[in-house]
Unconditional design. Sequence first.
Length: 60
Amino acid sequence: YEHQPAHSPYRASGPIFVRRDAQRRVLAPGEVPPYVAERLISLRAYDVAHLMVDAEVCEG
């Protein structure tokens, strides 16, 4: 998956892993899955030129 396709310093891609017996789960609005809530996450904001304008590391 190429989540940042522009020719910029932040161009990036990576795999998406799918388990064979995975089941879909519907989350309620505002609900955070445990695997996200228990770890640090990196949030990044990009402008229309695909350049990073803000970033923060926070708890899930």
